[in-house]
Design a protein around this ligand. Structure first.
Ligand code: ZN
Length: 148
């Protein structure tokens, strides 16, 4: 188990040091800003959606390792997904990081590396910030979302 935990931490660290899709998206047709005042994480999520499919996803932000890795993993996971698939994935993800269950979440794929944050309740908001901001982007909300 500790090997698995090390592996997860390696993946999180890798996504923090070299975040994927970490840039503005010139042809984005949805975007929103988010803020986690508890930790100071800020993020802007960009999406290009065509015919109900997320063709491209990117983010820029300033945040801790968890919020950055979570946004990086999220944008990777979103590409090619239908907009309708986002809500169930987020619901599974939210449950994984908040509920004290050891049940595996194979449907979440790589996102499962963030399961460990459930042991650090203060970090849950770091891990979910990108997802809350994503939801705001899908609804084109003008007011920045906040986790508080
Ligand atoms: Zn944070």
């Amino acid at each position: 188990m500790s090997d698995l935990r090390d592996l997860y931490q390696d993946v999180i660290f890798d996504h923090y040091k070299a975040p994927r899709n970490c840039h503005e998206l010139a042809d984005a047709n949805h975007e929103a800003k988010g803020h986690n005042p508890l930790c100071g994480d800020t993020i802007t999520v960009y999406l290009r959606i065509e015919e109900g499919i997320i063709k491209d996803a990117a983010f820029v932000g300033n945040g801790c390792a968890i919020s950055t890795a979570s946004a990086s993993l999220m944008t990777e996971a979103l590409k090619g997904k239908k907009v309708a698939e986002v809500e169930p994935i987020f619901e599974d993800f939210r449950r994984m990081v908040t509920e004290a269950t050891t049940a595996p979440h194979p449907e979440l794929g790589k996102l499962e590396v963030l399961a460990g944050v459930r042991e650090f309740p203060v970090r849950v908001k770091c891990a979910t910030l990108a997802w809350h901001t994503l939801q705001a982007a899908l609804k084109d909300e003008r007011t920045p979302v906040t986790t508080e």
